[in-house]
Every structure is written in C-alpha cells, then in structure tokens.
Ligand binder design. Sequence first.
Ligand SMILES: C[S@@+](CC[C@H](N)C(=O)[O-])C[C@H]1O[C@@H](n2cnc3c(N)ncnc32)[C@H](O)[C@@H]1O
Length: 260
Amino acid sequence: MDFQEFREAVYKKRGINLSGYKEKQLKRRIESFMNASGVKDYKEFLNILLNDKDKWEAFLDKVTINVSEFFRNPDIFEKLERDILPKLVEGKRKIKIWSAACSNGAEPYSIAIIMEERFPGVQYKITATDIDENILNAARKGLYEERLIKNVSPQRLKRFFRKEPSGLYSVVPELKRNITFLKHDLLVDRYDTDYDLIVCRNVNIYFTKETQDKIYRNMNRSLRVGGVLFVGATENIMNYRELGFDKLYHWFYVKREHLS
Ligand SMILES: C[S@@+](CC[C@H](N)C(=O)[O-])C[C@H]1O[C@@H](n2cnc3c(N)ncnc32)[C@H](O)[C@@H]1O
C-alpha cells in the first residue's frame, strides 16, 4: 500500500479527507508518527489505526495540529475589538458567529470575552467547530494551562476565569452560555448560513491552494452580505475579489457579493 492508497483508505473507513492537505507536510507528519510507533509499512499502520482507538486519536492529533491560545496575535484581536466588531454589531441586537477549526476553544472564548465586555447589549451565538472530537471535549470543559492565557489582561482574568486547585484556569459559565461546540469537517460537512462573522485561523495553511479556495467560497456563501471573514496572521487571500470578498484590512475580508 502506498501513501495515496493509505489516504483513500482513511477516507473510506473513517471519513477523514486527507487529500485536501498539503501532501509533503502531511506525509512528513504521518511518517514521523509511523517511525515513532515502530511501523514502516502503510498497510500495517492502517490496520493498527483501525483497531486501536488510542492510536487513531493520537494519529488525528498529529495530522491536525491543535495549538491555540487566548487572544492569539493580541494586536489583531485588538483590531477585531476596536474596528471590526463595532461596525458589525451597529444597529443590531443579535449576531451570529462561527469559530471554525476552534481547537481547544481558546478562540471562541476570546471572542465571547470581547462580546461580554464591550457589547453587553448585543446577543451573540458562537458556533465553535473542529474535526477533532477530543479537542472539542477539552474545549467544552474550558480548562487551561497558564501559558495559554498569557495574553489575557488581569481584569479579564479576574472576571472570566477561576484558578482551580490543580493550578489550571477554568472559564466561568457566563462564557460558555452562548457557545455551542460541534464536530465539523471543513472538507466534508455542509456549512451553515447567515453568519455575521466567521473566524477561520491557522487551519487553511495545512490545505492545498485548491482546497483553500473551496473553503473560502463556501465561507462566502455562509456569510450574509456585509459579513466578515477573519483569517490567521500568516494567511493572505490574494484572489479575494474572485471569491466574492473585499479586503477590509489585513486578515479581515468583507463579503461583497453572494457567489452562486
Ligand atoms: C492550529 S489549530 C488552530 C486553532 C485556532 N483557530 C487558532 O488559530 O488558534 C488547527 C485546528 O484545525 C483543526 N482541523 C484540521 N483539519 C480540519 C478540518 N478538515 N476541518 C475542521 N477542522 C480541522 C484541528 O483539529 C486543529 O484543532
């Protein structure tokens, strides 16, 4: 069995579409995982993955990379808070937000902190999704190591977190109230509609250009006209016009027209 056949088998058996990921990077990650497990052959590796739940989960972790933290790139979150969100909520009582590939939940909780603090009169619903059920369970728990909250101000820490006897920090129930964590694969599942804001950061870098464009097109259809797509610090959408967006500012694209 070669790498392509392995990819196809993973899709067939487990519904994970690895063909949208950049091949060289993905192969390197998978082969280093195989080496660490003492396996040389793709067929043998597939058998192990399909029969050992822990191995399968460790494999998914390796493939998907779920590093995240609160207010990742704090200057960009400040831009969101000061310039982007005030315009988005103007004249509205309710907004609908999607944090796609939300990992451990630090990202949707960061947005909830901003909404609670800066826009207390606006109702908000955040759908926070990821492909990885384990990381979603961690996100639902909302327990974090200190290093993940280094960008949280002392005032916010006091209001929105509790220090647990274990030394970890838990988010207060107020922050969980408006967030729903759901499993969603950006390459396979259908996208919901009518979002005012979609936050999709630090996941598209793992996908091929073709897959990235497909995701941005789907996100265009998922936003309402005038809604905003917020991407990662190193992600620059060059062909944003043909994807139906205008550029508002670095990392923020506004839906100009609905793609058919
Ligand atoms: C590096 S984290 C980014 C987390 C957060 N958005 C941030 O910027 O801090 C990438 C996340 O993408 C998720 N992911 C990878 N492939 C995915 C896919 N096909 N669909 C949905 N999520 C995916 C991973 O499970 C991981 O949690």
